[in-house]
Design a protein around this ligand. Structure first.
Ligand SMILES: *Cc1c(COP(=O)(O)O)cnc(C)c1O
Length: 414
């Protein structure tokens, strides 16, 4: 068969990706990914693994020994933690305030958890005390919470809930996929037991690798299940001992941590190029410094929000719990959310996101994450959105958005 010219060579159109992930990858990360492959037990490679662990501890603000990546997208990190903790019949409390809370339910159910959910309206978060009351009532083994809900652009305060989980002996598992590297995630100070971060969001690393960290409370559960897996032959004996082995092979943290320990016991073949990418992504975070990085995200977020409002559009959701890395904009009456997004992509090469479920067609979501969280991107998305809206029959305050955003940048530069 004759190959068309296009099939011979990839042609990637230039884009500004302003979605809540995946986002543009830093050129330094792309360069790291093009380096030669090493064997997974080569000391030159295991040295890189150790450096990744050190940098992850720093980025997660933790003294946990275990901080290493799972090979797979962020969902793989969530599944690895839940699969390794949840035995059939274990109680799991999931407070849901957006789409990604449902994902915890979906994964927990598959591993046999007895799920208890709580709900609050999309666009808000839980009062910590509400969750703590439920925790006292249900006494779950695991509380699973999303830190930054990308579907609604909200961020759940975790510290009080974390301390309460210690008091009532529950393990707090946190999805910080969309905040890790872009907003404060204080694993130790907030008493988070297991935390899943993201690569393709605020780290600006391609999708396909997922940093996690967990403490000794989590490790204890994992190791108890490992002993069972090795020591007891039949399922009925295991049930009698009331501990079941971890049901997933790929996501068995007890085996994965053996590979990430000095023993280097073989599990799967490490995704070498992704490891290089993560290494460089973490170096970028720590070179910039966590505090400076979080301020950069806040400044660009502010410029974006101010610009959106100056244009005459409304922001969606409770401003008191807004995520700094995702800004949700109410789609004005009379315009189609998708038409505007299509014009923005076609004419400007800028991608923004819609949303899910009841918010579909009602809001746009604009990400300001990692390498994509830049002044030129914010100014471009404001200019492009204004023009696209006018193109699609919307009415806006012409020319106001960029001036308002530039004022924010001028102020920040002073
Ligand atoms: C993006 C995202 C995920 C899922 O990540 P994948 O890499 O697509 O598996 C999970 N949780 C949150 C909060 C996210 O934003």
């Amino acid at each position: 068969m004759e190959r068309t010219k296009e099939q011979k060579m990839l042609k990637i159109p230039p884009r500004k990706i302003m979605t809540p992930g995946p986002v543009e990858v830093d050129p330094r990360v792309l360069r790291a990914m093009s380096m030669p492959i090493l064997g997974q037990f080569d000391p030159a490679f295991t040295q890189i693994m150790n450096e990744v662990m050190d940098m992850l501890r720093e980025a997660f603000q933790t003294k946990n020994h275990w901080a290493y990546p799972i090979d797979g997208t962020s969902r793989a990190g969530l599944e690895a933690v839940i699969a390794s903790l949840i035995e059939p019949g274990d109680r799991m409390l999931v407070p849901i305030y957006g789409r990604f809370g449902d994902l915890f339910v979906e994964i927990g159910e598959r591993y046999g958890a007895e799920i208890h959910t709580m709900n609050c309206p999309w666009g808000t978060v839980f009062e910590p005390q509400e969750v703590i009351n439920e925790l006292k009532k249900i006494r779950p083994k695991v509380v699973a919470l999303v830190h930054g809900e990308t579907s609604t652009g909200r961020m759940q305060p975790l510290s009080e809930i974390g301390h309460a989980c210690r008091e009532f002996d529950a393990l707090l598992v946190v999805d910080s996929v969309a905040t890790f590297g872009g907003a404060d995630v204080r694993v130790d100070e907030w008493c988070l037991d297991a935390v899943i971060g993201g690569a393709q969001k605020c780290l600006s690393v391609p999708s396909g690798i997922t940093p996690i960290t967990y403490n000794e409370r989590v490790e204890k559960v994992i190791l108890s299940r490992k002993k069972v897996a090795r020591g007891i032959a039949t399922d009925s004996d295991r049930r009698a001992a009331s501990v079941m082995p971890i049901r997933s092979n790929y996501f068995d943290l007890s085996q994965l941590q053996d590979y990430w320990s000095e023993r280097r016991l073989n599990h799967h073949t490490e995704a070498t190029s992704m490891e290089y990418a993560l290494h460089e992504g973490l170096r970028l975070v720590l070179d910039e410094g966590l505090a400076a990085r979080f301020i950069r995200h806040k400044v660009n977020e502010k410029a974006l929000m101010v610009g959106i409002e100056a244009m005459g559009l409304e922001l969606f959701g409770d401003p008191d719990c807004k995520m700094p890395t995702v800004t949700c904009v109410a789609v004005p009456d009379g315009v189609s959310a998708d038409d505007v997004r299509n014009v923005l992509l076609k004419q400007f090469g800028i991608e923004i996101a819609g949303s899910f479920g009841s918010l579909q067609g009602k809001i746009w979501r604009i990400g300001t994450m990692g390498y994509g969280c830049r002044k030129d991107n914010v100014l471009a998305v404001l200019a492009g959105l204004e023009a696209s809206l006018i193109r699609c029959g919307g009415s806006v305050n012409r020319g106001e958005a960029l001036q308002a955003a530039l004022d924010v940048y001028d102020e920040a530069a002073e």
